[in-house]
Design a binder for this molecule. Structure first.
Ligand SMILES: Nc1nc2c(ncn2[C@@H]2O[C@H](COP(=O)(O)OP(=O)(O)OP(=O)(O)O)[C@@H](O)[C@H]2O)c(=O)[nH]1
Ligand SMILES: [Mg+2]
Length: 375
């Protein structure tokens, strides 16, 4: 039987971003705005356990297609955020934090840019440039310590190994020591290519500095008018460090997302601040995770689905349902922009832009897809 996809099961995005930052930098406030959550804020160890929540990835394409197809439902792609519990000592990677970070795919550093006398700063003054440097350094330092422990453990185990295995282990130790030395020069793993021997040597060691890093500069309400300028300064600071950044006013965003949808839209329009930093942050998060969205459309729903960049059509089918992957026959597709230019599927067909693709087709961001499969 040949069927088209309408039956869709729940697919939860499993890609996670861990939120870190100095005490009372606004991590939980920003987490609440990203995920429309209501976790307790307060700073300096407020909230003993991690908060986990999901953000919808704003996508204008999904909004436009929903209108064109008069879809009953609209479903966006998702990113999961994990807001780490506040550290009282200032050591961001103590105990439980590291256990959480081992589960994430990227890190979001919330750097405090807001002045507020009633919220003390660990360092006594507000200076986000200093804090970004400190956290980048702490990430490197945590990796140096992780490698140190790994090397110690391997060295201790050496005498117990068979002679034939000892050579290999000794080589691994040597490689790890070299990598440790490289970290000491200030280059995180995410900024360097590893030789195959290096990849092998650290394959079972978790390293923080290999994770993509984003910075959310948490600005004060007085600075909202200067968002673009502050973001430019932030970009200059992060330039060449493969770190993405956006400026966002945590307290305002948290207040806005706590409102009814209509009231929120009204307030945002009144602010006239262009695309909210919040949206830029979520989109950046999605990008650093190395994800693409493909789209499905119809009267029932218009939806964005998440796949890894480079995923084949069969893999994309499997994101919707394993039965569709198993029974995959072919995919019908048109690129979002081509569809918009044509206005209708019929016109896209006329112009040859509506294509039939096989199992090995590499899905592109913004492909509108319909899968044909047998059951
Ligand atoms: N004025 C102002 N205050 C803020 C802003 N963001 C957060 N705060 C306040 O700063 C305090 C700490 O905020 P949290 O979001 O709890 O900070 P945190 O980084 O999660 O704190 P810990 O988890 O304890 O390290 C709270 O009192 C917030 O209301 C902001 O943009 N402006
Ligand atoms: Mg917190």
């Amino acid at each position: 039987m040949l069927s088209s996809v309408q039956e869709i099961d729940q697919h939860k995005s499993l890609m996670k971003i861990g939120i870190i930052g100095l005490p009372a930098s606004g991590k939980t406030t920003i987490f609440n705005s990203l995920t429309r959550g209501k976790a307790d804020t307060g700073g300096f160890g407020s909230g003993r356990s991690a908060n986990v929540g999901v953000a919808h990835v704003p996508d204008e394409r999904v909004d436009i297609l929903t209108k064109m197809f008069k879809s009953k439902k609209t479903i966006y792609a998702e990113v999961t955020y994990v807001d780490l519990p506040g550290s009282t000592s200032g050591d961001l990677f103590e105990g439980e934090a590291m256990a959480h970070l081992q589960q994430v795919d990227a890190i979001l550093h919330v750097a405090r840019g807001f002045e507020d006398g009633s919220v003390p700063h660990l360092e006594g003054s507000v200076d986000y440039k200093r804090d970004i440097e400190k956290v980048s350094f702490d990430i490197l330092f945590a990796d140096i310590a992780l490698l140190e422990r790994r090397i110690e453990r391997l060295e201790k185990g050496l005498p117990k190994l068979k002679v034939a295995e000892r050579d290999e282990a000794a080589k691994n130790i040597e490689t790890l020591k070299r990598l440790q030395g490289d970290l000491e020069t200030g280059i995180p793993f995410r900024d360097r290519d590893l030789e195959p021997a290096e990849t092998k040597a650290i394959s079972d060691t978790f390293t923080l500095s290999s994770l993509p890093l984003l910075v959310a500069l948490n600005i004060g309400e007085d600075d909202i008018a200067n968002t673009a300028e502050l973001e430019q300064q932030l970009a200059e600071l992060l330039d060449g460090k493969s770190i993405g950044g956006a400026a966002i006013c945590g307290s305002l965003e948290a207040e806005l997302v706590g409102m009814e949808a209509e009231e929120e839209a009204e307030m945002r329009a009144g602010l006239d601040a262009g695309e909210p930093g919040l949206y830029r942050m979520i989109k950046l998060s999605y990008k650093v995770l190395g994800l693409n969205s493909f789209l499905t459309v119809g009267e029932d729903e218009t939806r964005a689905w998440t796949v890894d960049i480079g995923a084949l059509a069969t893999k994309a089918a499997g994101v919707i349902h394993s039965d569709i992957e198993r029974g995959f026959i072919r995919a019908e597709t048109v690129a979002y922009q081509d569809f918009i230019d044509c206005g209708t599927m019929a016109e896209a067909r006329n112009r040859g832009l509506f294509r039939q693709e096989g199992r090995d087709y590499v899905v592109q961001d913004g492909d509108i897809l319909n899968f044909l499969f047998s059951v």
